[in-house]
Ligand binder design. Structure first.
Ligand code: ADP
Ligand code: ASP
Ligand code: MG
Length: 438
């Protein structure tokens, strides 16, 4: 059995949903759907109005969104029976969202509101397949997808509950389920963070030992650079799990940062495919390494660099431990680290506890902070014995000030820290130098 995940654009209109239906019918797979594109953003906006105690502002967006869905229903279904059933489904969810405009609004209610997008898209697809006469079964993610007390997915629970459901509906021709949404350790409705439907797909893949996890989106696989910033990008046909994980973590939006890990741990290939061009080759992510190749570049925004300089670091044991412990105390993960004999620089992407961190670090030395930085991550076979790889990367960026370089941390990645204002220039320079050399 395979797991096929379709993102927001892939289910973004009645026409697109029909195309997805054509792709999924005929094999007994598990199909994970995101909310239709724009819906989760609208639900976030509705929540913002409700937090600000502006129910009228929220209602305006709710009504607009509801109208959009009624139009979709008319285009999507052909029989009056199914049009009626779909309208009832849409009405049910919007009536529910409206109940939140009347009372206290907290994080708890927000998560319930955010969950409605995936509940609607899967509900509509399920009805459509039934209208076509396909015995599709809806697996409610809220019945098996769960996080633990550390807000991490609970693989044992997911495996047990999902397999019970699959056993119960053995005769199904295919299964539809919601991406992104889950319950937390307290049984409350929660989610796997924005873009988390990819994560749902790989958690399901791991739970059922899927033959393959397919992430269907609006582009022909992972490109060698970010197509939103660089014109001449090209698809990468093969990536190692580690390479894909680095790219996803360091900003390649096509994959949710954590979605590769469950696939890697269970050695399940991940294929990135294009819903608009189903025959295109896409990208295959597996445990195969292609030697001697630089594969792709990605960028992670909103990075802060912190430097601690200290005469006392010289020959001191335990200095780095003390520095890192401060970040740990404030539950702030570090991305990049570079050291010298007199100091250490590291980067964080979560500035929430920055003031406290800097205050504590001052015990150990002089602290400097650089905001508005970007990590540029170059991924491929970075084995240190590959001659000239480091040189080409540095050479490509010869006209751009580079604040930090981290090489040798893994066999797959070189990271460089530059100013946000230099991001596009850096990405373009790397593409020109590494991939499109004339
Ligand atoms: P979905 O809604 O299907 O989850 P996303 O918008 O999350 O889709 O991801 C697909 C988008 O990721 C592409 O349209 C593209 O703009 C962006 N993207 C960023 N970096 C890359 C990359 N290296 N390769 C392919 N797409 C990328
Ligand atoms: N609908 C959610 C979002 O927009 C999850 C996803 O699409 O992966 O973030
Ligand atoms: Mg996505």
């Amino acid at each position: 059995m395979k797991v096929l995940k379709f993102g927001g654009t892939s289910v973004g209109s009645a026409e697109r949903m029909k195309d997805v239906a054509k792709l999924i019918v005929g094999e007994r797979n598990i199909v994970v759907l995101s909310a239709m594109s724009g819906t989760t953003n609208s639900l976030v906006e509705i929540s913002e109005y409700l937090y600000k105690k502006n129910p009228d502002g929220a209602s305006e967006i709710i009504n607009k969104l509801a109208i959009k869905y009624y139009e979709i229903v008319n285009q999507f279904f052909s029989t009056s029976e199914y049009k009626q059933r779909a309208k009832e489904l849409v009405a049910h969810h919007f009536d529910y969202i409206r109940t939140f405009t009347k009372d206290l609004f907290t994080l708890f209610e927000e998560r319930v509101v955010l969950a409605q997008g995936e509940l609607i898209s899967t509900g509509l697809m399920h009805l459509y397949l039934n209208e076509l006469g396909v015995n599709a079964v809806l697996l409610p993610a809220l019945d098996y997808m769960r996080t633990d007390k550390n807000a991490e997915p609970d693989p044992a629970y997911i495996k047990e509950k999902l397999n019970i459901l699959l056993d119960e509906y053995k005769d199904a021709e295919l299964y539809i389920t919601q991406g992104y949404i889950c319950r937390n350790a307290y049984g409350e409705i929660d989610n796997l963070q924005r873009g988390g439907s990819d994560y749902t797909a790989s958690l399901i893949g791991a739970a059922i030992h899927a033959e393959e996890i397919q992430i269907w989106t609006d582009i022909d696989g992972m490109h060698n650079n970010d197509p939103r910033y660089v014109e001449e990008t090209a698809p990468v046909r093969h990536l190692h799990f580690e390479e894909a994980a680095e790219l996803a973590y360091f900003g390649a939006k096509i994959l949710h940062p954590t979605c590769i890990l469950p696939a890697k741990l269970n050695n399940i290939p991940v294929r990135l495919l294009n819903t608009m061009q189903p025959d295109a080759l896409g990208t295959l992510v597996s445990n195969k390494i292609e030697k001697g190749k630089i594969k792709a570049v990605a960028a992670k925004d909103n990075i802060t660099a912190i430097k601690i300089k200290s005469g006392r670091m010289l020959l001191a044991t335990g200095f780095l431990r003390k520095v890192f412990e401060i970040f740990e105390n404030y539950q702030t993960p570090i991305d990049m680290v570079t050291t010298s004999e007199v100091g250490v620089s590291c980067t964080i992407d979560n500035r929430k506890r920055l003031d406290e961190i800097v205050d504590d670090l001052k015990k150990f030395g002089t602290v400097t902070v650089d905001n508005d930085m970007v990590i540029i991550c170059v991924v491929g076979d970075m084995d240190w014995e590959n001659l000239g790889f480091g040189a080409s990367i540095v050479n490509a960026l010869k006209d751009i000030p580079v604040r930090m370089i981290s090489y040798g941390g893994s066999n797959y990645n070189v990271s460089l820290l530059v100013k946000s204002s230099d991001k596009q220039k850096a990405l373009r320079a790397l593409s020109a130098y590494l991939f499109n050399k004339k």
